[in-house]
Write a protein that binds this ligand. Structure first.
Ligand code: ASC
Length: 148
């Protein structure tokens, strides 16, 4: 009976961990995937940054389109930090302090959603504020969880 209970628990553990792991054929793919998603996010976030920093003319439509990409892609990288996918620039803390890491990922997604909402107002001051708040969530996570 004890053995049966242990096997049931083991099977349940496998089922719980499989969906996330099964998304990637190998750990390398997960690293590549998260780097790719974060790179594209950085490109589009940077285009909004150029506008709010006066390095590019303010174009409300372009700001919104870029914010849409950022807000949508903001959801993607995190599933690619699953168990056994250590590597790239990710520090071991990603897996050791996963609650803190997940909280940072949630904050970023929330701020990216607010940035998208701000771009829909077409008001540059509101976009600036939301951009700054979003950039702070990028930086916080990079400081703690990304190697230099
Ligand atoms: C960017 C970008 C980041 C963040 C970060 C904010 O534009 O690519 O990673 O802002 O530098 O501090």
């Amino acid at each position: 009976m004890k053995t049966f209970a242990a096997l049931t628990l083991a099977a349940a553990a496998v089922c719980v961990s499989l969906p996330a792991a099964a998304q990637f054929a190998k750990a390398e793919d997960a690293v590549h995937y998260r780097q790719g998603a974060l790179f594209v996010i950085g490109q589009h976030f940077g285009r909004i940054g150029a506008m709010v920093n006066g390095k590019a003319p303010f174009d409300a439509k372009a700001a919104q389109e870029n914010a849409e990409v950022v807000a949508n892609l903001a959801k993607l990288p995190w599933a690619a930090f699953g168990p056994g996918t250590e590597g790239g620039k990710a520090k071991p803390e990603v897996w050791k302090e996963s609650a803190k890491f997940n909280e940072g990922a949630e904050k970023f997604q929330a701020e990216a959603a607010k940035l998208l909402a701000a771009t829909k107002t077409g008001n540059l001051e509101q976009i600036k504020t939301a951009f700054g708040a979003t950039a702070n969530t990028c930086k916080a996570c990079h400081d703690d969880f990304r190697s230099k």
